[in-house]
Ligand binder design. Structure first.
Ligand SMILES: Cc1cc2nc3c(=O)[nH]c(=O)nc-3n(C[C@H](O)[C@H](O)[C@H](O)COP(=O)(O)OP(=O)(O)OC[C@H]3O[C@@H](n4cnc5c(N)ncnc54)[C@H](O)[C@@H]3O)c2cc1C
Length: 434
């Protein structure tokens, strides 16, 4: 069983190769063990080491640290989301709680970036929720009312304005929100690895096979050794369910994305030389599409139930073709063969769009399930779960714990069947938007 499913993600390929990778080859004991080294696990490790500098802390990942979803996402550090289960005016209170968490997430990433002087192409340019479909005007009007009630700066834009800003006449209506940041997700997570404090032992390419707690002792078994730890934090997000954690409260979804090469001067001119921008879909199964600051176009237009462990070249190729069409629909003047890489990544979803942040048992904690918005929330939850696990309490924990909890999901095969049906329905509803 291997977690790595492909090695062709442009964000990862932009980074330098890492050296001195350590793999777990023997049995170990420690005070704190963190499983999963994405934004959540790395932030938890950094915080624990500040709180408990004399404790032995081990961080383990099944693949190279940071090279799961944390390097494979679209790079939107969001302040607001539209398709998250809590966006209607009816559920204003829960939507507000959710945006309070996003706000804290942005602050957590901002603080990290400032403190360590991280260059991750940070751009506070806001984002668009856009649609080609006039009917979606209504959804955006309702969303606008919700945002006005919560004082989020935003405006609704139409075709001509959108054409000028985005360089495509595909979209007819959009809601632009001023908050929210675009960044390079790979550079951000790499900085979290590079700045790990010295008292963290990082083991990579070391898959946790199973774990148990007997008479208060927690044992985690890996391919070539086991670790006995007094405390464990699970930060495996899309893989929580496969480890039996909160298995009736979250499920994995596989997303695929593609990125083009940088557009040439001529190509860039042909689309009106727009500034960096990011578009999120109005309907859940529409495309996320982004123009990077170095003139590359990223598109993500699939979300599906798939084995979380691998996506074959053939499967990835099918998604590539879909993404090629998605780019062509928006930028017909660009050549057919400009996609440079196509990759998949796993996220964790809950039924009601809420997240997991809790103590599972004495000395066992978990944070995850960000429903596709884990850059800020993962960083925040990682830090705060470390604080909670070490027995402290903060204002941030108060905000996190006031959210609605994730709701119960039926077991398989009912769950998979239900999710597949829902995805087919949502795909149909968003058929013009992929
Ligand atoms: C295509 C795509 C686009 C996305 N776009 C955005 C976006 O624009 N904005 C946003 O905020 N979020 C986005 N997301 C979601 C975001 O990437 C995740 O929410 C975030 O990376 C979660 O961080 P994490 O550290 O909790 O999980 P991960 O980054 O998934 O890290 C978990 C780690 O656990 C490890 N692991 C799993 N199982 C085991 C095991 N058994 N043993 C040891 N290690 C294990 C994995 O190898 C992995 O490295 C997107 C995701 C994808 C895939």
């Amino acid at each position: 069983m291997k977690l790595i499913n492909d090695s062709s993600c442009s964000w990862i390929n932009d980074l330098s190769l890492r050296h001195n990778i350590k793999t777990l080859e023997k049995n170990e004991n420690c005070d704190w063990l963190i499983i999963g080294a994405g934004y959540t696990g790395l932030s938890a490790a950094r915080k624990l080491s500040q709180l408990l500098p004399n404790k032995k802390i081990i961080l383990v990942d099944a693949q190279l640290a940071g090279e799961g979803a944390s390097s494979r996402n679209s790079g939107y550090l969001v302040d607001t989301t539209l398709n998250d289960g809590f966006t209607s005016n009816k559920d204003l209170e829960n939507y507000k709680k959710k945006t309070n968490i996003y706000k804290l997430g942005i602050e957590a990433v901002k603080k990290f970036v400032k403190e360590y002087q991280v260059d991750c192409d940070w751009n506070e340019c806001g984002k668009y929720f856009a649609s080609s479909n006039q009917i979606d005007n209504k959804i955006l009007k309702n969303f606008s009312e919700t945002l006005s009630k919560l004082d989020f700066k935003h405006k609704i834009l139409f075709n001509n304005d959108l054409f000028k800003r985005l360089g495509t006449n595909f979209y007819n209506v959009a809601l632009y929100t001023k908050g929210g940041i675009l960044l390079h997700p790979g550079k951000l997570v790499r900085a979290m690895i590079d700045t790990l404090p010295e008292n963290i032992n990082l083991y990579e390419n070391s898959l946790l096979l199973n774990w148990k707690k007997v008479n208060g002792k927690i044992t985690c078994n890996f391919m070539n050794g086991s670790i006995n730890s007094k405390n464990v934090i699970f930060a495996t997000n899309g893989f929580l369910k496969s480890l039996g954690i909160k298995k009736n409260y979250n499920f994995p979804i596989t997303l695929t994305a593609s990125m083009t090469r940088s557009l040439s001067d001529k190509e860039f001119k042909s689309i009106g030389e727009p500034k960096e921008w990011g578009v999120l879909p109005v309907r859940p199964m529409g495309a996320t599409i982004r123009m990077t600051k170095d003139r590359r176009i990223l598109i993500r237009n699939t979300a599906e139930i798939h084995s979380p462990y691998k996506m074959s070249k053939l499967d990835l190729n099918k998604r590539y073709n879909k993404q090629k069409i998605g780019i062509k629909k928006r930028f017909p003047q660009l050549p057919d063969d400009i996609i440079q890489s196509t990759w998949s990544g796993i996220v964790s979803r809950s039924r009601n769009g809420s997240q997991i942040f809790e103590k599972l048992d004495d000395n066992i904690f978990v944070a995850g399930c960000y429903n596709g918005s884990g850059i800020g929330v993962g960083t925040l939850f990682g830090e705060q779960i470390a604080i909670k696990a070490s027995g402290e309490y903060t204002e941030e924990i108060k905000v996190i714990e006031s959210r609605k909890k994730t709701t119960w999901l039926p077991p398989d095969p009912f769950l998979t069947l239900g999710v597949k049906c829902r995805l087919i329905y949502e795909r149909f509803r968003a058929r013009s938007e992929t």
